[in-house]
Design a protein around this ligand. Structure first.
Ligand code: NAP
Length: 298
């Protein structure tokens, strides 16, 4: 069976997937998408629960998104996950997007409803909150949080989740300051302005942020490659900081290595991937996901 399907395959789905013993009725769409670990996690859950459906990858380019979404009901899909670069665009294509998608400014989970309409949610923020509790044994609401790369998609979802949880304070850092403006505007609607600060990667802002934060979250793309530098120098970090890198790669990321050098404990984003996936599964099947089977598969 193919590891990655395309829009051409989706147009002729029953024929193209005729040799699959169990129908492919779920997928992650992205560009690129070949690296995604979601199929392993979801297929383990589907097998564990004896559900007659399997999960695959669809390589969909931005100009193919609209057609892809329109083909899903007829192809018999239960739902899809969306990754880079589709999350924001999907928000404008679904019939209904819930509060999590609105706040995150994007959709990572689409459900094909029984009437064929598409609904969207984002499980990134709630998945992050569960990952923090699991990793550090404390509720997200207890942490003063600094987010590196808050102007990106993951950064926004994390920032909104922290604000909804009622974190005592938030420091938002982004390389391009202007990309923080829409987030700051949206946060102003429900989070007290006095508890929020922002800046770029100038050491003045980094020091100020580290002084007012316990949990430092990397939402930048820095660390995807092992030769990347850490988004924050080790010498600015202290033992009392907790580090969470949303990136999940096989190597210890430069951000986490900076934490190791400073004696600050930290984990990568695999647990966020797990929990956002488990919440998608719950949305599609309205049942408790077999979380340990999903974790083992990852
Ligand atoms: P995105 O929307 O493209 O945002 C990328 C962010 O990285 C922006 O804030 C960008 O800053 C910043 N950045 C990129 N290169 C940088 C550099 N050299 N120096 C400083 N900042 C830099 O991407 P995204 O969807 O938010 O994804 C970001 C990361 O989160 C990815 O690594 C992804 O794997 C991870 N993620 C993980 C999960 C999970 O489940 N664990 C879920 C979602 C995302 P500018 O605004 O200045 O360009």
């Amino acid at each position: 069976m193919k590891e990655v399907f395309t829009i051409a395959d989706l147009r002729d789905w029953p024929k193209v997937t005729a040799d699959c013993a169990i129908p492919l009725r779920l997928a992650v769409i992205g560009d690129p998408v070949a690296h995604s670990k979601s199929p392993a996690m979801h297929n383990a859950a589907l097998a564990a629960l004896g559900i007659s459906a399997r999960y695959t990858r669809l390589h969909i380019k931005p100009d193919e998104l609209s057609e892809c979404l329109s083909l899903l009901p007829k192809a018999g899909f239960i739902g899809i996950n969306c990754t880079i670069p589709h999350k924001t665009a999907v928000l404008t294509h679904v019939t209904r997007a819930d509060v999590f998608a609105q706040r995150a400014g994007g959709v990572n989970t689409v459900t094909v409803e029984s009437d064929g309409t598409l609904t969207g949610t984002s499980t990134d923020g709630p998945g992050f909150a569960r990952a923090i509790r699991e990793t550090f044994g404390a509720d997200l609401s207890t942490f003063r949080v600094m987010i590196l790369g808050a102007g990106g998609g993951a950064g926004r979802a994390v920032a909104m989740q922290c604000a909804s949880a009622g974190c005592p304070s938030l420091m938002l850092i982004n390389r391009s300051l202007e990309k923080l403006i829409p987030l700051l505007d949206d946060l102003a609607a429900f989070y007290p302005a006095k508890n929020i600060a922002s800046g770029d990667f100038d050491p003045i802002f980094l020091r100020a942020g580290l002084g007012m934060s316990d949990l430092i979250v990397n939402c930048t793309a820095l660390g995807m490659k092992s030769e990347d530098r850490s988004p924050i120098p080790a010498e600015l970090l202290g033992k009392h900081h907790r580090l969470y890198d949303t990136i999940y790669v096989a190597h210890r990321t430069p951000f986490l290595r900076a934490g190791d050098a400073a004696g600050a404990p930290g984990e990568n984003g695999l647990s966020m991937l797990l929990h956002q996936g488990a919440l998608s599964f719950e949305r599609w099947f309205h049942c408790e996901p077999p979380i340990e089977a999903m974790r083992a598969a990852l």
